[in-house]
Write a protein that binds this ligand. Structure first.
Ligand SMILES: Nc1nc2c(c(=O)[nH]1)N[C@@H](CN(C=O)c1ccc(C(=O)N[C@@H](CCC(=O)O)C(=O)O)cc1)CN2
Length: 279
């Protein structure tokens, strides 16, 4: 039976550590404030934003909510982000993605001041990650690294295969695994013989965006399997990119969905909020 990697418990542990750190910072007169912007009322985004605000309240960070209508223009959002960039009482700016079609996400990400980029999506944060400089790390991949480390899973020297090459998950995931001395392969929609590639993996990270796509045929016996996917199936149940019931018997360790990578994304966002004031 595979080790179940419990993202809920590990994220709670991280939030407790951060809560103690924030308390000490407050005693020294340092407060932290996160601006949380949501455009429109996509139900999944509303859940994530609510959970982010709750996490802020738990660790002692102020969250300032900006709920904008679905028809907000790109210019209006750029204006708000610029105001928050200039506001010294705001440490971090989070714009919940996805944004409505009339707004260019890339433009908004670039508008956020790099020193308030708690999502780690700004080109400056991405560049620092690739050259090994300290900076904000993209929350989901940073969460995956914490899951592995805190579960006692060695990365150095391991064959790590990531399925997915997005700017938010796949690419930063590759940089972080490389930083931990993993041997990294990125597979994607044009990869030939995908199962031949994924069966090489000691650590398989799945961010393919297809419900229960990865079955045991794609997994080497004893591999560690990390599922970054999030879907609602036909019965309205949450599930990932991995067919958990089929893969669990061949894996040595595996993350569930829900309760795996998702909660870690929020814990690592909290870590980035605290990072804004660390010396
Ligand atoms: N600005 C950002 N937008 C988005 C990001 C991001 O990191 N920054 N990532 C995703 C969504 N996301 C965070 O925003 C996120 C997704 C899932 C979870 C999570 O805890 N999931 C739970 C289940 C929650 C549920 O009941 O639906 C789990 O897996 O257990 C947290 C955050 C896209 N947008």
């Amino acid at each position: 039976m595979a080790q179940l990697i419990d993202g809920k418990a590990i994220s709670q542990q991280i939030k407790d550590e951060l809560k103690a750190e924030v308390e000490a910072l407050k005693n020294d007169g340092t407060d932290i404030c996160l601006a949380v912007i949501q455009v429109g009322d996509d139900p999944a985004s509303s859940v994530y934003v609510r959970n982010k605000k709750r996490a802020c309240a738990y660790i002692g960070v102020e969250s300032r909510a900006y709920e904008l209508p679905e028809d907000t223009t790109e210019e209006q959002l750029v204006e708000l982000v610029k105001e928050l960039n200039a506001d010294d009482t705001v440490n971090g700016i989070l714009v919940q993605l996805p944004l409505p079609a009339q707004i260019d996400e890339d433009k908004i990400i670039r508008t956020i001041s790099a020193d308030k980029d708690v999502d780690g999506f700004h080109p400056e944060s991405v560049g620092k990650l690739w050259i090994g400089e300290k900076g904000f790390l993209s929350c989901t991949p940073a969460g995956v690294i914490q899951l592995l480390k805190r579960s006692g899973i060695e990365i150095a020297g391991k064959e790590c295969v990531i399925i997915g090459r997005s700017n938010i998950v796949g690419k930063p995931m590759a940089a972080l695994l490389l930083r931990e001395n993993g041997t990294v392969t990125i597979a994607h929609s044009r990869t030939k013989n995908l199962a031949d590639v994924t069966r090489r993996a000691d650590i398989l990270i799945v961010a393919i965006g297809k419900e229960r796509f990865i079955t045991s045929d794609y997994v080497k016996e004893g591999a560690v399997v990390i599922d970054v996917g999030m879907h609602r199936d036909a019965e309205n149940h949450l599930c990932g990119d991995v067919d958990f019931a089929d893969v669990e018997p061949v894996a040595s360790a595996i993350t569930p969905v829900p309760g795996g990578v998702g909660p870690m994304t929020i814990a690592m966002l909290m870590n980035n909020c605290v990072e804004t004031v660390r010396s």
